[in-house]
Design a protein around this ligand. Sequence first.
Ligand code: IP8
Length: 266
Amino acid sequence: MENRIVIIKLGGSVITFKDKPLSANYKAINNISKVLSKLETPLIIVHGGGSYGHYWSVKWDMHTKPQKYNPHGISIVHSSMLTLNNIIIDKLYKHGLNTYGISPFSFLIKGKPNSNKILELKKMTEHNIIPVTYGDAVYIKNNKYSILSGDVLMTILSKILNPSKIIFALNVDGLYNNMRDKKIIKEIKFENDETPKKKPTKINLTNNVNIYDVTGGIKRKVEEASKIAETGKDVIFINGLDSTQIQKAAQDKNFKGTIFKGKIYR
Ligand code: IP8
């Protein structure tokens, strides 16, 4: 059954200045907090690493592949994500939102999603709590860790929680048809099918922005949005630096952005 939950990913390039290490974009976080405080739906927030997690992941050569990374690296990446999470939950809290920061490590067992734990997030939203989780360096198994992207978390949470709205707030207006005239692709539709496929449909991204990022930038977002759309749910890409777009997307109003239409199975 579909929930009323709206799940929003705040991209690292929205909430931080990606080219300036350890710098939060307080103005953007503030604007987003104002908009979110006006929504009346239950919310779950996921945020990216931006110039916090990615900065240290690059320095300590850490990636999405599970490996025995340097413990100093693991510690500093995680600590920087705690700092960023704290900045965000603090701002949201000051705008009247009952935020509750959660490390994604608590959703995983041996690196795999734990559905029972994830379903508890729904229970939390029923009591007016807003879980705020994030991409992080997470323990997998056998002393191996990996960088788990907030984009991957969006897929994990969406599949288990079945929210009513899935929104990615980026620092661009959506997916462009090409970088020359930067026209936004309004809708991406997958061919309707009879059976769900194991592998998501590939979208050609040669004309789109490619931000340097240890978790794969826009390419990763498109991959995750496609995986979610394959399960039948719509996914929306909007510009989070224009916070009114978040409001419009969450309230079913005419937003500027790209919608990945959820696949219909006959
Ligand atoms: O920015 C990555 O999360 P993302 C988090 O959502 C770290 O891909 C620690 C780099």
